[in-house]
Design a protein around this ligand. Structure first.
Ligand code: SAM
Ligand code: DTB
Ligand code: SF4
Length: 329
């Protein structure tokens, strides 16, 4: 399939019908499409690092890092370059092919961006794919990061346009779309998805998936996060989403964005091995690996290695790692 033959005209009813299919039919359909596009026994592995933590001016209702919520998080300044290099090197040695750096900013200043660009170049020089998530960008900033060799920019739509202002009031859904446009136009791969389990309806999940699939090109990477409830945030104590509904969301993302990497993202610490196995069967083929996400916990590395062994799944995209070893020898 080429990008031209992928669909970008999904209707909400079609997506809702998929979400409501009998579970076995839905998973069979998703797995069939998955196999047409990917090796079903490979999962891409990314490692996250928070390069600037806390004191964010935005009011995202799910986030531990917003200055508007009273969470127990310690704020940290932008990390020094050397520390970023050490963490990326360790992630590479553990099999990660991509290193994702996140900053708690509404948007980066040009001065901060200079520092992040040094980080991107240094991680690139280790032979890893690079990803950053820094908030809103200008067109010029995206061009500068492309020149520095940035592979992916993560910027989530987070939820449906209809539910958006129940979760975030300091920026709009259209602001998110604008930044994604700049990223796409600069030729950087788009990583964009959302969060479920925030008290939204099934129609909101359908609408979020519709927005993602109907972008001018499907995001190359689609993280589906299960809300990690953080004490002190407005969404602490939101109604928990049944894991079967989470698996359905993954399956529909796989069906409507058949060539994208669908990432089983935040929330794995609270999922059983069996839930995660069903997510992989539904077409998830990417995870965050390492015992920490940005500020919250992720399964420990041994647990994940064991799970992958039990499922016969191996990390994909070793090429990037290998080429670094070749460079070093
Ligand atoms: N400040 C930047 C921004 O918002 O674009 C980058 C970092 S932000 C933490 C990246 C993404 O992480 C958010 O868009 C959201 O989708 C996800 N996220 C943040 N807190 C989360 C939580 N508690 N549970 C699940 N996902 C979360
Ligand atoms: C994404 O979609 N999930 C990651 C990444 N992009 C940056 C972040 C998850 C954050 C979970 C909450 C935390 O650790 O603070
Ligand atoms: Fe700030 Fe990003 Fe957290 Fe929103 S999600 S409060 S923008 S760090």
């Amino acid at each position: 399939m080429t990008e031209l033959s992928l669909r970008h005209n999904w209707q909400i009813k079609e997506i809702s019908d998929l979400l409501e299919m009998p579970f076995n039919d839905l998973l069979f359909k998703a797995q069939t499409i998955h196999r047409q596009n990917f090796n079903p026994n490979e999962v891409q592995i990314s490692t996250l690092l928070s390069i600037k933590t806390g004191a964010c001016p935005e009011d995202c209702g799910y986030c531990s890092q917003s200055a508007k919520h009273d969470t127990s998080l310690e704020r940290e300044r932008l990390l020094p370059l050397q520390e970023v290099i050490e963490q990326a090197t360790a992630a590479r040695e553990n099999g990660s092919s991509r290193f994702c750096m996140g900053a708690a900013w509404r948007n980066p200043t040009d001065k901060n961006l200079d520092k992040v660009i040094e980080m991107i170049s240094a991680v690139k020089a280790l032979g890893m794919e690079t990803c950053v998530t820094l908030g809103m960008l200008t067109a010029d900033q995206t061009r500068r990061m492309k020149e520095a060799g940035l592979d992916y920019y993560n910027h989530n739509l987070d939820t449906s346009p209809e539910y958006y202002d129940k979760v975030i009031t300091t920026r709009s859904f259209d602001d998110r779309l604008n930044t994604l446009e700049y990223v796409r136009d600069a030729g950087i791969n788009v990583c964009s998805g959302g969060i479920v389990g925030m008290g939204e309806s099934e129609k909101d999940r359908a609408s979020l998936l519709q927005q993602l699939a109907n972008l001018p090109t499907h995001p190359q990477s689609v993280p589906i996060n299960m809300l990690v409830q953080v004490e002190g945030t407005p969404l602490f104590n939101a109604d928990k989403l049944d894991h079967l509904e989470f698996i359905r969301t993954i399956a529909v993302a796989r069906i409507i964005m058949p060539e994208s990497y669908v990432r089983l993202s935040a929330g794995r610490s609270e999922m059983s091995d069996e839930t995660q196995a069903l997510c992989f069967f539904a077409g998830a083929n990417s995870i965050f690996y390492g015992d920490k996400l940005l500020t919250t916990e992720n399964p420990d590395e041994n647990h994940d290695l064991n799970l992958m062994k039990k499922l016969g799944i191996s990390p994909s995209q070793y090429q990037a790692v290998k080429s670094t070893e070749q460079l070093a020898s």
